[in-house]
Design a binder for this molecule. Sequence first.
Ligand code: ARG
Length: 455
Amino acid sequence: MWGGHFQEGPAPLMEAINASIPFDRRLWREDLEGSAAHARMLAARGVIAKSDLDAILAGLERIARKIEAGEFEFTTALEDIHLNVEARLTEDIGEPGRRLHTARSRNDQVATDFKLWTRRAMARADALLKELQRVLLDLADRNVDTVMPGFTHLQAAQPVTFGHHMMAYVEMLGRDRSRFLEALARAGDCPLGAGALAGTSYPIDREVTARELGFARPMANSIDAVSDRDFALDYLSAAAIGAVHLSRLAEELVLWSTPQFGFVRMPEAFTSGSSIMPQKRNPDAAELVRGKSGRVLGHLQALLVVLKGLPLAYSKDMQEDKEGLFDAVDSYELVLRATAAMLEGITLYPERMRAAAGVGYTNATDLADWLVREGGVPFRDAHGIAARCVKVAEERGCALEELPLDALQAVDPRIDQRIFAVLGVENSVASRTSEGGTAPLRVREAIVAARVRFL
Ligand code: ARG
């Protein structure tokens, strides 16, 4: 493989530590596309003959067919996908196969293949996020009026609607999509043609290969082209943030599906029972959506550490870029699909949510706001009055709206009969009409706007 100056073959342990074929075979399609584009360009520039090109393209085509059929024999002796393909091609077509690597190095080749693969993963992430937004929007649409408690510090805070809560996730996923799309645009420069690191003396045309492979342009600097793995870091950081978003949603589903909350029932097909406790229905899929975020975050950290302190240009450390990204992509795509499927089959218990929405004096702010609005009381004073009303209700073990008027007036005489009209949870929700607020009126508008922005 390396020509005349090697006398011995590699040690078995060298082969074990060095080979990337067990995992980088996933790049086969991109490797074949990259080679075809490179060969066409070489022929167009007169670097190889038209007859060589024809043999190469036909040979690459046969390899594609073999790999698709599962009949290609990958070997660790040939280290990686690039050498496996090239060796097989040469075996098949002879000398033209030995001309393919003209004006190319595995360094620009692997950067190109991997970047191409990652660009496709970015586009898939955007599409899967969009599909999940659609599921969330439909769920929100059906639950614009479904009142539930909103929480801060996981303490009952103010009533909101389930629709409004789902729309929070639609917004988060919208930002996730923009991170992937920005990453995709940033990954628009093609490394091919950088050679080992310095460029090449052949009259290559990098514009043509870049465009044929779907890139916008060639990378401007050949050293950067073979050293850069920012596109993988971009995917991993977007996926890390995205996985954290899904983990938060999954955690809420886990919480809401406990008997203590009882807000939702997870679709049976995404839960499991217990081998000992007959009553159990465990939200395994949601737990795994939450749990798998750990690996995605870990893979981002791992690649940052691999690259930190690496001198320019290519070092073999960079071969460690692939397994983590592949696993992150597989995991993130899986949790995106599983979350969408779970939400499509979820059952809500609106009566339980509504009942819980009124527990814990979630209408105390409404009382204070009424005093400000109707009594001209400064908000800080109104806050204190409402807090004292809560204390009285707590002592009597009842809700604010269950206190007799004279008990409320004993706290502050400016409170009158009209207060009872504002203390219901529906009223509370309907009153929050500020832009981005939970009032059904606003949420309906938000859903319409989000469909235009996102779908
Ligand atoms: N298998 C290598 C990788 O994934 C390909 C590049 C090898 N380049 C080299 N100069 N040894 O990074």
